[in-house]
Design a binder for this molecule. Structure first.
Ligand code: TA6
Length: 299
C-alpha cells in the first residue's frame, strides 16, 4: 500500500527551496526538485524520473496523459529504469522489475552550484525469486542538465549477469520534423515485424512509421534535432554500449491502454543501456555505472 502521507523519514531529507515531497499521481510519493535552472520530479516507484524542464523551455521529458500511477504498473513516460533485463520475458514483467519496485531515497544533496543530487537505492529483496545479489543505486543530478547514473555493485561470490537501460521518453514538437544523428554506420536490430540485422546508413534518422531499433556496440553521443520546437537535445552517455530508438506510431499507440492514440506525434524514445549482446557480466566485488547526461539548447 503506498504511503498516503509523506513519511517523517522522507521529510528529514527535504531541502527548503530545492527538495520537497508530495503525493503524485495515484498518491505515489514524489520528490520535487527545483534549481535555479530547472525543475524535476522523481517517483520513488521505480526511481522514475517523471519530469525535467529547463526554465523557459518546453518539458524535456514526455509523459503520457494516459499513464497509470499504480504499484504494479510502470509509469508511461519520463525515464523508466529497465533492470535486470530488457524487453519481454515469459511470465515476468517486461523490462525487469526495477521500474515496479518502491526504491528508497537515501540521500539528498545541494551542490555548490545550486544544483541538486539525489541518491535512491533498490531494496535488496526486489524481484523476489529473481532478485539480484547486488547493491543497486540510482543517482540523479539536476542543474541546467539532467544526469542519471545507474550503479550496480556485485556483492555475490559469482558473476552477476544483467541487462539495463534508461528508457528515456523525450518531448518533441512533431515526430515528422525530428531527426536523430550520431548512429551512422552502427549495426542495429530492427525489431519491427521481426528481428532484422541492419547497419545504419543515414547521418540523420527520420521517423515515418513504427520504429523500434536496438543499436549495438555504440558508445557515442546522439542528438535529437527538433525543428518544430527549435531545440537540439544531446544525449551523452558512458558505461553504455547500446542505444535504442523507439516510436510506436499509430497501431502500437492504439494497442497500449496507457498511451494516447495520437500521442506518438509528440514523443521519441532515445534509450541508453546495455542490452542483448551488450549485456553486462559483472565480476564479484565489481561495480558497473551506466551514466546519461541530457543537454538541451535552442537552435
Ligand atoms: O524500447 C523499445 C521497447 O522495447 C519496445 O519494443 C516497446 O515494447 C517499448 O520498449 C515499451 O515497452 P513497455 O514495456 O514500457 O510498454
Amino acid at each position: 500500500m503506498k504511503q498516503k502521507l509523506v513519511s517523517e523519514k522522507l521529510q528529514q531529507l527535504a531541502i527548503p527551496g530545492r527538495v520537497e515531497f508530495a503525493n503524485g499521481g495515484g498518491g505515489l510519493p514524489l520528490v520535487k526538485i527545483t534549481t535555479p535552472w530547472s525543475a524535476a520530479e522523481i517517483y520513488l516507484h521505480g526511481a522514475h524520473v517523471a519530469g525535467f524542464q529547463k526554465n523557459g523551455e518546453p518539458p524535456l521529458l514526455w509523459m503520457s496523459a494516459a499513464s497509470q500511477f499504480a504499484a504494479n504498473k510502470p509509469i508511461r513516460g519520463g525515464v523508466p529504469v529497465c533492470f535486470p533485463w530488457f524487453g519481454g520475458r515469459e511470465g515476468l514483467p517486461a523490462h525487469g522489475f526495477a521500474r515496479l519496485t518502491d526504491w528508497e531515497l537515501v540521500e539528498t544533496t545541494m551542490l555548490p552550484d545550486g544544483g541538486v543530487s539525489v541518491r535512491l537505492q533498490m531494496p535488496e529483496n526486489a524481484g523476489g525469486a529473481n532478485a539480484v545479489r547486488g547493491k543497486v543505486e540510482f543517482i540523479v543530478t539536476v542543474n541546467d542538465k539532467l544526469t542519471m547514473e545507474l550503479k550496480v555493485a556485485n556483492t555475490a561470490a559469482e558473476p552477476l549477469n544483467f541487462e539495463e537501460c534508461l528508457h528515456t521518453y523525450f518531448t518533441v514538437g512533431d515526430i515528422n520534423d525530428v531527426s536523430v544523428t550520431g548512429l551512422k554506420g552502427v549495426a542495429f536490430l530492427d525489431k519491427v515485424g521481426g528481428t532484422f540485422h541492419k547497419v545504419e546508413a543515414d547521418d540523420a534518422i527520420r521517423f515515418s512509421a513504427e520504429t523500434d531499433r536496438v543499436y549495438l556496440d555504440t558508445t557515442g553521443a546522439v542528438e535529437i534535432h527538433d525543428a518544430k520546437l527549435g531545440r537540439k537535445i544531446r544525449v551523452e552517455k558512458s558505461g553504455s554500449a547500446s542505444t535504442v530508438l523507439w516510436n510506436p506510431w499509430v497501431a502500437k499507440s492504439k494497442a497500449m491502454p496507457d498511451f494516447g492514440d495520437e500521442e506518438f506525434h509528440r514523443m521519441v524514445c532515445v534509450e541508453s543501456g546495455n542490452v542483448g549482446q551488450n549485456k553486462i557480466t559483472l565480476a564479484p566485488g565489481k561495480t558497473s555505472a551506466l551514466k546519461v547526461v541530457l543537454h538541451s539548447q535552442s537552435c
